[in-house]
Write a protein that binds this ligand. Sequence first.
Ligand code: PLP
Length: 355
Amino acid sequence: MVHAPERPPEGAPPVRINLYSDTQTRPTPAMLDAMMRAEVGDEQHGDDPTVHALCDRMAALMGKEAAVFMPSGTMCNVAATLVHCRPGEEIIAHETAHILTSEGGAHAALGSVQILPLKGPRGMYSPDSLRGALRGKSRHTPTQRLVEVEQTANTGGGAVWDRAVLAEIAAIAHGAGLSTHMDGARLMNACVAAGIAPAEMVAGYDSVWLDFTKGLGAPLGAVLCGTRDFIDEAWRWKQRLGGAMRQAGVCAAGCLYALDHNIDRLAEDHANAKALARGLAQMEGVEVQDPDTNLVFFTIAGTGVAAEALQRRLRMEGIAVSLLGGRLRACTHLDVAAPMIEAALGAIRGALAKA
Ligand SMILES: *Cc1c(COP(=O)(O)O)cnc(C)c1O
């Protein structure tokens, strides 16, 4: 049984090209400087001005009434479920959704809700499959309460949901009396890639959150947005879950810095991901999914090399990639510069040729 995070293979050098995840960015000196100078107070007490500034700014950016600062995106998802749903109710989501695959069963363990998994390519389901999943109301069926989407769809390859499809899904959900929730871990990647303002992208979603520890490069924090009543209730769950903090302005200042400096530059990550995908596509036996944003999923079944073996060989050269459900994933971010893409492609080519 594996409960603790995996460690690097023995004898592995330090990572010099980190394509493992955009969660592994280090705060830059300028971000740390902003954090050091933050005005702080007791966040749990409502006294931290920097946290208030971040929440006000996020509510405005998302076009919602209010926002709450959370330690993590997972806590945003869990608190949102706990506010939207009662025990025995059902959430409709894609079968690869983070809430279903990667939150330790929190929604069942803490919310006593079940998740109805929908299929569909690239981590997305169609308006028609949502229509088909709606249950009639009877005493046999669970009460459906919430429709969830992930923008971008992580294991769908960082795929960007089309704005019109999002709007149609929200309209179907609301028409059936269900609420809508958007897991916006990488929402800004989607907004930058599509050239659509966040408030417009998330219109129709009753709750939405953004992670500051993915492409935005902050060390800690996520912000959940919704109506004032929703956020009041989410605050109660934040308290219950142990997410109420003290001088959290130190972290909120890093998030504010990220909003000012690290959004437009996501386009560079997307360009780097495209370059990586182009290079991989030229390799014999490698299948790569064309990336919309910063996540490049690829398989190497045609090369005769096992995915684990390539991951290990690269790690022994100081290059980290992740392995998710048999597919390799390379993620571009703040700490990955264009020349590193060329270097990584060279290393992958070399590792495959050696086999
Ligand atoms: C990372 C991620 C989360 C969870 O966020 P944490 O800040 O790691 O708790 C949720 N959903 C998606 C799609 C993610 O990629």
